[in-house]
Design a protein around this ligand. Structure first.
Ligand SMILES: Cc1cc2nc3c(=O)[nH]c(=O)nc-3n(C[C@H](O)[C@H](O)[C@H](O)COP(=O)(O)OP(=O)(O)OC[C@H]3O[C@@H](n4cnc5c(N)ncnc54)[C@H](O)[C@@H]3O)c2cc1C
Length: 497
């Protein structure tokens, strides 16, 4: 009789899950979700010049709670169960393995350093206890074993990476959902009563020291965690709403649920498999339309892959101030050492920079845990390129707040924009130019900054262009109704010319 544990990580789903499928080959199976205290509360950024920041904020925590609840429901329905435990995985899993006499533990391999370290500690603790471990690569569209190059040989620029996987790799078919074997005897597990009914639950927000996030109906979508909700969103975006056919034209939008897929929170918590998305895109292409929009969704998923593989290639360097280019020629303002930089960072974080487009994006993030790609690019460029504040502080702020946070996608995009990552150009986003292009009627900005509504659309992105008397006429006086701009934007771009 073989007993296996499935250590659930960012793969909380029954569909296309090689770790679950392998664990389900055993005669008995116990899925275990571990709430690691290192993922919550104030934690050090780590590496050189570390600083503390809140690792997971309320939006993502709630999404994860819902994800775990949903997984428990589907495991129960499939005749299995889910054990939820708090503690370090390298403490919890050996204890559980011992209590149920597990022979093997199957788990998802993840590429970023903290995730790899956590898995490494589990493997070593379990091997001391004589338990076999097996990791499974399930996080990306392309399986690591199918890449044309070894991880160390992957190009640091996206285009050659994309071309090589499009040409020389293939996307595997999703793994069928397995039948689940019976649950082992849990009587020796600490804290589980005789009926085996109390299998633990995710801590409440209050227990984690987090506030209950208020629902803001200005948000693009009420993101709900879990495999069921993730598959529903995919179904809505592709089939019901038929939005995929115009994705390439709409993806730079900023308002409403359907300008982009909004799949990122489910992909990153693992409620949704990228290969499942690809399989449905293929079906959509066969049944509805195959065009540059259907291709583009996969193109973007390859960006996600690229960033994930880059974290595996570069490890800690990817998250360092000088980035993978090891740049030391930028004079970063450091909020941890310098009160003036701290004040600048905080104004940015609160959405009070006096630059409407930036403030709208940050208020959206703070109110909902989500921000469009266009918004992220501009908010990040303003902090890193215009203010020259340590880009890692901005990335860490996003890590706390984003409902869809993923290490590679977040830090990789930040580093790219800050000029220390996977792009060799020194560039910046002209925030007002971008605002006029992507929010030409000022609808997005006034959605999040209603105090600017009285202004004519032509002035909404540059209220400082109005003299004080005109500001007063509209009832939007800078410094009273809305902040004065904290910098002269054009002057901040001079260093790039
Ligand atoms: C500063 C900054 C920080 C970011 N942080 C994250 C993050 O923590 N997590 C995250 O998933 N994405 C991040 N992104 C990428 C991108 O903004 C989001 O993936 C996207 O906005 C999510 O919305 P969507 O699912 O509707 O995207 P869609 O436009 O529908 O794209 C489909 C999918 O492709 C992937 N994708 C799209 N663009 C990118 C990209 N530039 N890099 C990597 N993957 C991409 C995502 O998985 C996304 O769900 C960041 C971008 C920037 C500029």
């Amino acid at each position: 009789m073989e007993t296996a544990l499935w250590w659930v990580r960012n793969d909380a789903r029954l569909h296309d899950n090689a770790a679950l499928a392998a664990a389900a080959d055993a005669d008995r199976l116990l899925p275990v979700y571990v709430v690691d205290p290192r993922g919550y509360g104030e934690q050090p950024y780590d590496g050189r010049n570390s600083f503390d920041f809140e690792k997971t904020g309320a939006f993502r925590t709630r999404f994860l709670q819902e994800t775990v609840d949903d997984l428990r429901g589907s495991l129960d329905d499939a005749g299995s169960a889910l054990l939820v435990r708090e503690g370090r995985p390298d403490d919890v899993l050996p204890e559980v393995a011992d209590a149920v006499d597990a022979d093997a533990v199957h788990f998802q391999a993840l590429p970023a350093p903290e995730e790899r370290d956590a898995a490494g500690a589990v493997v070593s603790a379990l091997s001391d206890a004589g338990v076999t471990t097996r990791s499974h690569w399930t996080h990306t569209l392309h399986h690591v074993a199918d890449l044309p190059d070894r991880i160390s040989g992957i190009d640091d620029t996206f285009t050659p990476f994309r071309q090589s996987v499009e040409r020389d790799s293939r996307v595997r078919d999703p793994v069928p959902e397995p039948d689940l074997p019976e649950t082992p005897d849990l009587a020796r597990l600490d804290g589980v009563d005789d009926s085996g009914s109390d299998l633990g639950s995710f801590p409440t927000l209050n227990e984690l020291g987090l506030p209950e996030p208020a629902h803001d109906d200005r948000g693009v979508l009420a993101f709900e965690g879990g495999e069921a909700a993730g598959l529903d969103r995919l179904d809505h975006y592709l089939w019901e709403g038929d939005h995929l056919r115009e994705y390439k034209q709409t993806r730079n939008g900023m308002l409403g649920p359907d300008y982009s897929s909004k799949l990122s929170p489910w992909l990153n918590a693992g409620c949704l498999s990228p290969r499942r998305v690809a399989a449905e895109v293929e079906e959509y292409e066969a049944e509805r339309v195959s065009n540059d929009s259907t291709y583009w969704l996969l193109f973007e998923l390859r960006w996600r892959d690229f960033m994930a593989f880059q974290t595996a290639k570069h490890g800690g360097q990817f998250f360092s101030l000088g980035g993978i280019r090891e740049r030391d020629d930028i004079d970063w303002q450091r909020p941890d050492h310098d009160p003036a930089a701290r004040e600048q960072f905080e104004r940015w974080a609160r959405g009070e920079t006096g630059i409407p487009f930036v403030d709208a994006t940050m208020r959206e993030l703070n109110a909902t845990g989500y921000m469009s790609n266009r918004g992220r690019q501009n908010a990040a460029s303003f902090l890193a390129n215009s203010l020259r504040v340590d880009w890692r502080r901005g990335a860490a702020y996003f890590e706390t707040r984003l409902i869809d946070y993923a290490p590679g996608s977040n830090y990789g995009n930040w580093a790219y924009i800050a000029g220390v990552g996977n792009d060799s150009r020194n560039s910046y986003f002209d925030v007002v130019g971008q605002a006029k292009k992507y929010d030409s009627d000022g609808e997005y900005v006034t959605h999040w900054l209603p105090e600017l509504e009285p202004l004519p659309a032509a002035q909404v992105h540059e209220p400082w262009e109005l003299n004080r008397a005109t500001q007063a006429e509209y009832g939007v006086v800078l410094g009273e109704d809305y902040p004065e701009p904290m910098v002269d934007l054009d002057a901040t771009y001079e260093k790039f010319h």
